[in-house]
Every structure is written in structure tokens, then in C-alpha cells.
Design a protein around this ligand. Structure first.
Ligand SMILES: *Cc1c(COP(=O)(O)O)cnc(C)c1O
Length: 353
């Protein structure tokens, strides 16, 4: 820390993204990227748009917003586009939390939430998950604060049905409820159909997981137009050109070929369930998943040990040192071929126990 760094950030611990080591070729099952490359039409669209890079992008992102509205069956003024969904989540902390309105979220959830709370200088309260790592919906009734719920949750992979989220919305008419649907396309129920009924609902999604665009940095929020306008005020006050021209072009080409993305999601879900069965044969306890990853532990093998041994053998998975989940690992679902290799190596490790 330099002697110039503001005191207000003295205690700030930055978010730590999944490792991207370059020392060797790994099978990367640690950052929940999509197993499939983006649709081939995207390359041409991006190349063509690159001729316009001397010009600023459209700050209103009009064409992409229209295309997204069409894809989702919504109106353009119900949507805001952001640089990954991390940015819309940060905007929500900025717009809807303050000294008197804490952020409220589960103790085990997306690790960025406490970081946003700290960097935005807002208090937060963590509500423990139940012993089985599911959310106790009643704990969120009549909450004094802005609620952040990842659904499906991360890193557990467990989803709540839409009607349970609706109970939280109904019992919190004076609070904004943010539903982070980063993984919703892998088998969970989206709350997008509820945004016209509940003016306190903000749904966030990303192109990073189900649409194979993690490197393009594209996410969005969906909600009542007034809520969206507040978030636009924050966006125009930080970076009105938050989506660059190449990503705008990539996003449009991506949505025009959305059957490709949704088909890949189905393949990943099949591979996920195949991987689950194989892990269970080895004695793993695997949480139900509505995502492109599995959260699993083995009774005879520590989470950290499995992570380290796999890394030595060229396979990366994600281990979290948080006390409650240190026995687990989060395993992203790759291609069928990658997962067969993963299962073979895990089998060898288990046998050597
Ligand atoms: C990956 C992820 C995000 C955001 O990812 P972006 O790449 O910034 O869109 C948000 N929430 C959860 C729970 C995630 O896992």
C-alpha cells in the first residue's frame, strides 16, 4: 500500500478471481467458463466492427438492448447493459444501499458481494445457510436492507424455485431484492417474468456463462423502468461507454444465434449429470446443481488436498478456504472429453488413498 492510499480502503480485501496460471496447459475447471467457444458468427461481426474503433460506442447500446429485449420478451427500457454482471451488481450496491440501508445476503454466496459492500462503504449482514447449504427463505422476510440472492446460489449450485423468491419479494415491499441469475440457463427458473409485477425486483444476468462470452464482459440488469433509470444514473456517472464497440457487436451476433447457446447449455447439463453419477460412484457427496458446475466433497479426502493433487496432475478446480465449505470443491463442467479425463484422474487419486 502506498502512503497515498485512502484510509477508507485500508481494510479493503479485493476479490480474488480464480487462478489463470500460465506455467503449463491445464484442464481448466475452476472459473465456470463455458465449455464451448462463442458462435462462429461472432468473429466476423467483431472484425467488421473493428473498422469503427476510432469512434466511441453508442452509450445507449440501443441495438443490443433491442435485440436482448426481443430475446427475453421484455422492453428495451426494462434493461440496462453492463461490463459483465459484476458491474450491474456493483451499481445495485451503489444505487440501493447506504449507511442506513445495509446489504443482506447469505454467508455462503458469491464472494464479490462483501467486496462491493466494502468498496462502496455500505454495511452488510450475512444470513447463514442451513446445514445442508440451502437458503432458509423465511430468514429473508421483512428484511431491513437490500437483499442480494444468487439464484442458483454460488458456489453451492443449488436453486430456489421462483415461487420461493416471490415470497421474499412479497414480504419486502420496501426493499430492493436483487436476484443474481448468472447460472439460470443451466436448469433453474428465472424471475424475469416477475419484473412487471414487483417494482422492487432487479434481476441480473451475464453472457459469461451460458452464452460463452466471459472474455467479452457483458452483463445486464432487468427490472421496472424506474429502477433501471436509477441504475442508468449510476452508469452515466461512472462510465457511459462501459460496453465497447466490439462487445456490442459480439453481443448482437451472439443473441441472433441464441439456439446455439441454449443447445450448449443442454449438453453441459447432460455432462454435469454424467459427472455427478461418476463422482457418486467414488463416494462423493454432490450437491444438486442447476448450474455449469458441481459442488462436492469426499468423506475420505480433504477439499484442499484434492484440489492440490489435481493441480499437480494438470487439472484446475476451485477450492474455497471458508470454514463452512473447506471440505468441498467447485468443479466447472467442461466438455465431455475433459470430464472423462477428470473422472479418470479423480479415480486414480481415490484408489491411492
Ligand atoms: C460469474 C458470476 C457473476 C458475474 O460474472 P461476470 O463475468 O462479471 O458477468 C455474477 N454472479 C455470480 C454468482 C457469478 O458466478
Amino acid at each position: 500500500m502506498s502512503r497515498f492510499f485512502s484510509d477508507k480502503f485500508a481494510e479493503l480485501e479485493a476479490y480474488v478471481p480464480g487462478e489463470q496460471p500460465k506455467d503449463q496447459q491445464y484442464i481448466k475447471l475452476n472459473t465456470n467458463e463455458n465449455a464451448f467457444p462463442p458462435h462462429p458468427a461472432i468473429a466476423g461481426a467483431v472484425q467488421e466492427e473493428s473498422a469503427n474503433l476510432h469512434l466511441y460506442p453508442d452509450p445507449e447500446c440501443r441495438d443490443l438492448r433491442e435485440e436482448l429485449a426481443k430475446t427475453l420478451g421484455l422492453k428495451a427500457d426494462e434493461l440496462i447493459l453492463t461490463n459483465g454482471s459484476d458491474e450491474i451488481l456493483n451499481f445495485a450496491f451503489m444505487a440501493f444501499c447506504d449507511r442506513h440501508i445495509p446489504a443482506v445476503f447469505p454467508d455462503i454466496t458469491y464472494g464479490f458481494y462483501p467486496v462491493f459492500a466494502k468498496v462502496d462503504q455500505v454495511p452488510y449482514r450475512e444470513i447463514p445457510l442451513k446445514d445442508d447449504l440451502t437458503i432458509e427463505v423465511k430468514d429473508y422476510f421483512q428484511t431491513a436492507g437490500t437483499i442480494f440472492i444468487a439464484n442458483p446460489n454460488a458456489p453451492t449450485g443449488i436453486a430456489l424455485p421462483r415461487n420461493r423468491i416471490e415470497e421474499i419479494l412479497q414480504t419486502n415491499p420496501y426493499n430492493v431484492v436483487v436476484v443474481d441469475e448468472a447460472y439460470v440457463d443451466f436448469g433453474a427458473e428465472s424471475c424475469l417474468p416477475l419484473i412487471r409485477e414487483y417494482d422492487n425486483l432487479l434481476v441480473t444476468q451475464t453472457f459469461s456463462k451460458s452464452r460463452s462470452l466471459a472474455g467479452g464482459r457483458l452483463g445486464f440488469g432487468a427490472g421496472n423502468p424506474e429502477l433501471i433509470r436509477d441504475l442508468e444514473t449510476i452508469r452515466y456517472s461512472t462510465n457511459p461507454y462501459n460496453i465497447d464497440r466490439l462487445t456490442l457487436a459480439a453481443g448482437i451476433a451472439c443473441l441472433k444465434n441464441d439456439e446455439y447457446n441454449m443447445k450448449n447449455c443442454r449438453i453441459i447439463m447432460e455432462t454435469r449429470e454424467w459427472t455427478r453419477k461418476e463422482l457418486e460412484k467414488f463416494g462423493f457427496d454432490v450437491k444438486p446443481s442447476s448450474t455449469n458446475f458441481l459442488f462436492a466433497r469426499h468423506p475420505g479426502l480433504g477439499g484442499e488436498e484434492l484440489y492440490r493433487t489435481l493441480k499437480e496432475k494438470g487439472i484446475l478446480i476451485r477450492h474455497f478456504s471458508l470454514e463452512r465449505i473447506k471440505d468441498y470443491n467447485r468443479i466447472s463442467i467442461g466438455t465431455r472429453e475433459q470430464m472423462e479425463k477428470f473422472i479418470a484422474v479423480v479415480g486414480e487419486i481415490i484408489q491411492q488413498q
